[in-house]
Design a protein around this ligand. Sequence first.
Ligand SMILES: O=c1[nH]cnc2c1ncn2[C@H]1C[C@H](O)[C@@H](COP(=O)(O)OP(=O)(O)O)O1
Length: 221
Amino acid sequence: MSTNDWPGILGDFEHLGRPDQPSHQYKEESYEHCTTALESYHHAAHALIYADDDSIKFKFYPARAAIMMQMRCDGYVGFPGGMVDDGENIEAAVNRELREEIGLNLKKYEITKEDHFMSQVSEFKKLCLHFYVKKVTLEEFFEIEMDCLRAPDHGTEVMGALRVPLYTMGDGMRGLPVFLANQFIGNARQQLITALLKLGIMTEDEVIKVLKGTEMFKSSL
Ligand SMILES: O=c1[nH]cnc2c1ncn2[C@H]1C[C@H](O)[C@@H](COP(=O)(O)OP(=O)(O)O)O1
């Protein structure tokens, strides 16, 4: 189906959200480069909201952190956020999308330039993906989760917020390894793994072990 066959408001941007081919790699670029030299590209901005969580799940697995992702209407897993409109500031766009998609209380949790974490570019799609990370307390995280159900886009663009399981169960697959076998939109999977490492939530050795578990799970299907 070609882009133009898509109905309604999905038509213009549908091609940007199609599953990526291995050749469509995302390359990290500075925010400044993206907003100057690449200004004419499409831009989208998404945010990871998280809290430290020192609870133990099932009396055995350290939770490590509460990280919010979402099930999208197209069946992919991603972070809340969306396309930057023409002439719109990137932080204004991510805040607008977070209010629409997860009902974020912007008076308390506004995303700012200080929350910018990385920007990555797909030359193939002429698309810059800007990624923000916001740390809140666990109590605030619960409050943000509760607001998701009342968000304007809940049940249309967003089918529900979810928490990423950060433990691996006894079989070496269930938990984060199986979670990572989901279908992720854009570079959301890469964003999640990069954040786990850079935020010090998991070590490189732990991530490598998890990814081996994911491969083991996939080959068991
Ligand atoms: O979580 C994400 N991480 C990285 N890229 C993402 C994520 N979610 C979507 N995308 C990509 C897919 C598309 O190329 C654009 C815009 O998608 P979307 O968020 O669906 O935009 P709208 O809500 O339709 O404005 O970003």
